[in-house]
Design a protein around this ligand. Structure first.
Ligand SMILES: [Cu+2]
Length: 119
């Protein structure tokens, strides 16, 4: 009878141990998938400049341009494939990044920036 109890206790410990190992591994793989979630990057528009002017992100990340100037700006792809609306002070524009591109402000064409994807 006593031997049987010890045996079942061992079995319980074994089951609990296996469960804990399983939980540990599943939490590890969750951490791994979290590293694939997109990162948000901010490009401030300040004193007639995009800051930072050049930014490198991972494919699928999101960039948010925030106008911190008192004058309106926009974000226009260099070949005008797409453009944000006019951003007044405090406005922002977000875009999911899937390719490299250069851009400018169509209101002040000297304002330029570029986005590239990390390899
Ligand atoms: Cu501008």
């Amino acid at each position: 009878m006593k031997a049987l109890k010890i045996f079942s206790l061992r079995k319980t410990v074994l089951v609990l141990g296996t469960t804990m190992i399983f939980l540990l591994f599943s939490s590890l793989s969750t951490t791994e998938s979290n590293s694939n979630t997109p990162t948000r990057h901010v490009v401030n528009i300040y004193q007639m400049k995009f800051v930072p002017e050049k930014i490198q992100v991972k494919k699928g990340d999101i960039i948010e341009w925030v106008n911190k100037d008192i004058v309106p700006h926009d974000v226009t792809e260099i070949n005008k494939k797409w453009a944000s609306k006019t951003l007044n002070k405090g406005d922002s524009f977000s875009k999911k990044i899937t390719s490299n591109f250069d851009y400018f402000c169509s209101i002040h064409i000297v304002m330029k920036g570029s986005v590239s994807i990390k390899k």
